[in-house]
Structures are given as C-alpha cells and as structure tokens.
Write a protein that binds this ligand. Structure first.
Ligand SMILES: Cc1ncc(COP(=O)(O)O)c(C=O)c1O
Length: 390
C-alpha cells in the first residue's frame, strides 16, 4: 500500500555513516534510519553477533526461557535502574505495553476508567492505542474512533496538569517524550519534567518516558532521562536498541514493574534470540566503548560547519535538541530540503513540518560531521538564493 512518500533512491550497502546506492554513489547518512542505526551501518560487533546467532538459533517463542533476552534485561537493568522488562518488536508496541500497564495500575487502584495524560504534538506510534496517545491531528485524522482514556494537554504547561489533578480522580499516568522527535525535535523543559515527576509522586500517578527516539546513546547517554535528573516509573525503548533489528522494550520499576503477570500481555517474536543478540552487542558497545561521548563532539563539529557556511545567519531561526538529535529550524520553506540534500549526497529528514531533523550515527567522523553541516548550509543557501531570484 502506498503509505510512504518514498524518495527515488535504493541503497544496496552501508558502512559506518555512509550508504551506497545501487549505482555505488555514496551518501552521508544524516538520518540513521530515523534514529535506528545509532552505531552506523554494519557495525562490526553487531554484525558478528547477528551472524553468529543466526547460525545457532533464531527463534523459539516466549513459551521457553531465552537466555539472551534475560541477559539484555540484565544489561538494561544495570544501565537504567529499571527492574522488569517486557520485550516486543517496535516503538509502537512498547507504547502499547505501557498503556496496558498504566490501565492495569489504575484498575488496581480502584479507578474504573483510568486515563493517561499525554501531550499535544507528541508522537507515540501508529497502532490504534499509540495513535490515541499521539497528539498530532494530521496523523490521527481519518482513523477514528480512537481509544478513549487520553487527556491531551499543551507541553511545558504545569498549570494544565494541576487543573486536571484538581478536577479529576481517574488519572493513572502521564506519558511524554523528553524530547519530542516527530514533533520537530522539541525538548521539554527540564523544570517541566521535574514538575511532572513531583506531581506523579504526589498524586500516585505513573510517569512514563517514551525514549524510543532519544535512547540508546543518541543524546550522549544511554537514555536521556539520566541527563535530566528525572527517573520515570516506566521507560520505553526500541529503534537504536537493535541497530536495525526489530526490538522494543517496555521497562518498569517499583509498583509499575508489578502490574503485568503471566497471560496479561504477549508477543510472538518479542525478544527472540536473534534480535536480542543484536541488542546485547549494541548495549555492550554503548557501555564499554567511548562511543556515546562522541555525540556532543559530532554535534559541535556539524553545527560549527553549518554556522560558518551559512551565508546569512537569519536563514536559521533556531537549533534545538541534545547530542545527535538535532533540529534545525530554518526561516526558508522546508519542502525542497530533503530532495536538494539527496542531490548533494546527504540524507536529511523534516520533522514537525518546519524543522530539518538531523540524526547522524555516533560513529560519524569529525570530517563527515563538518561535511554534513556544510552541505545543510549549502542547501539552505541555495533555497534562499532561489527565493531571492523569484
Ligand atoms: C518517540 C517515539 N515513540 C514511538 C515511535 C514508534 O516506533 P515504531 O515506528 O518502531 O513503532 C516512534 C517512531 O518514530 C517515536 O519516535
């Protein structure tokens, strides 16, 4: 079904931060499969782990113990402080698990119709539950009836949360992306996140962080909550965890970790040996090698090159994000940026309609980062010049 507006290019191989098309033309990867190949293409450890596991055992189902799943859970526990994990195959499924978990928590507190607070502009996935939590009208439109039980409020507005706390007794949880990705790389204010944490503690609500896009090293730490000084009750990951192999996890601690028991939820493929072998190699690489530390250095190189090559600083309204989750909001129109980038051999993406979303891999070299920044500047310069001539 034509659900994607695809670009006219097909890639046949990749290496680090470079993808090669079927004519062997190289492209600098500024999107990482939308925050998936955080360790670049064909990362040696991940590739070796997948090959080795494929030769041993790919799938058994969750009817049996899966030692690799237990070992990934152990790694995640050590990295996040979360206690129990549910393994699935994608970000949307991690969100679905969290929605069920929060509803179960609400029911156990005696709430008949538990509600979850979510944010305008948020993105949590395309399945019906995750879509119901998503705050982007364009994505939701035409798919009603969506699920009940979500209260949509504006981001960074604690008074909207307080108004709900004062007026309702049926709230079980708040779910947010610490940096709204699809919404245009819009970080939530740290004070706001701390305020959410305090209100959840006071009201006995669960705080759920959707770190599907921010996680797995992308922002310079395993998960971005570590940098914010706010630890959620439930933490969702996917995307970069398998570096391209499909895996998602709903992690929980404290009372949240006790909500789902045998028979309450499931997934045929979730946490199978092959995907867990990839995740184990990713987490090992993130924790044992100096790779996450590269995020700030690459960001700095890229943005310095952008600033030094842009002909007119007023072409850039704002730069947002953390580490290698970079949002560049230009003052020019954004509709030609991706195609012009492709012409110049760089892969870019637009998020939130008005923002160039740049998500390079952590393995990008300084020179590649400079080239990417300079090329983005060249694309914006060209568009501005064309507008001037028009
Ligand atoms: C924050 C967030 N949550 C959930 C999802 C959905 O993930 P998936 O496409 O793996 O279902 C995404 C995907 O972009 C995302 O960015």
């Amino acid at each position: 079904m034509p659900t994607y507006g695809r670009l006219p290019v097909t890639f046949s191989r990749g290496e680090g931060a470079i993808l090669y098309d079927t004519d062997n033309r190289p492209y600098l990867d500024g999107v990482s499969g939308i925050a998936v190949t955080n360790l670049g293409h064909q990362h040696p450890q991940v590739t070796a782990a997948v090959i080795e596991q494929a030769q041993k055992l790919v799938h058994t189902s969750n009817l049996f113990r899966i030692d690799l799943q237990e070992s990934v859970a152990e790694q995640l526990r050590a990295m996040t402080g979360m206690e129990n994990m549910f393994f699935c195959n994608s970000g949307a499924e991690a969100n679905e698990a969290a929605i069920k978990l929060a509803r179960r928590f609400g029911h156990q507190k005696g709430i008949e119709t538990p509600h979850m607070i979510v944010l305008d502009g948020a993105f949590h996935g395309r399945t019906v539950g995750a879509l119901s939590a998503t705050g982007n009208q364009k994505i939701r439109q035409g798919f009603g009836p969506l699920l009940e039980g979500f209260l949509h409020v504006p981001p960074n507005d604690l008074s909207a949360i307080d108004a709900l706390a004062d007026s309702r007794t049926d709230i079980a949880a708040i779910m947010v992306e610490p940096i709204m990705g699809e919404g245009g790389i819009r970080p939530l204010q740290t004070d706001y996140l701390r305020g959410l944490h305090a209100r959840c503690a006071k009201q006995d609500w669960l705080l759920i962080f959707d770190e599907v896009q921010t996680g797995n090293g992308r922002c310079g730490s395993a998960y971005v909550f570590e940098q914010l000084g706010v630890s959620p009750d439930v933490l969702l990951t996917a995307k970069g965890l398998g570096n391209g192999l499909p895996i998602g996890v709903c992690m929980a601690k404290g009372v949240a970790a006790e909500q789902l028991g045998p028979g309450d939820h499931g997934s045929t493929y979730g946490g199978n040996p092959l995907c867990c072998a990839a995740a184990q190699a990713v987490l090992r690489t993130l924790s044992e090698e100096p790779v996450m530390q590269r995020a700030e250095a690459i960001r700095h190189r890229l943005l310095s090159a952008l600033n030094s090559h842009i002909q007119d600083p007023s072409l850039i309204a704002e730069v947002r994000g953390r580490g290698l989750m970079i949002g560049i909001q230009p003052t020019t129109a954004t509709d030609q940026i991706v195609a012009r980038g492709l012409d110049k051999g760089v892969l870019l993406n637009i998020a939130g309609g008005d923002t160039v979303r740049v998500l390079p891999p952590l393995v990008m070299s300084d020179e590649q980062a400079e080239e990417l920044g300079a090329t983005i500047a060249a694309v914006l310069n060209d568009i501005a010049q064309q507008d001037d001539c028009a």
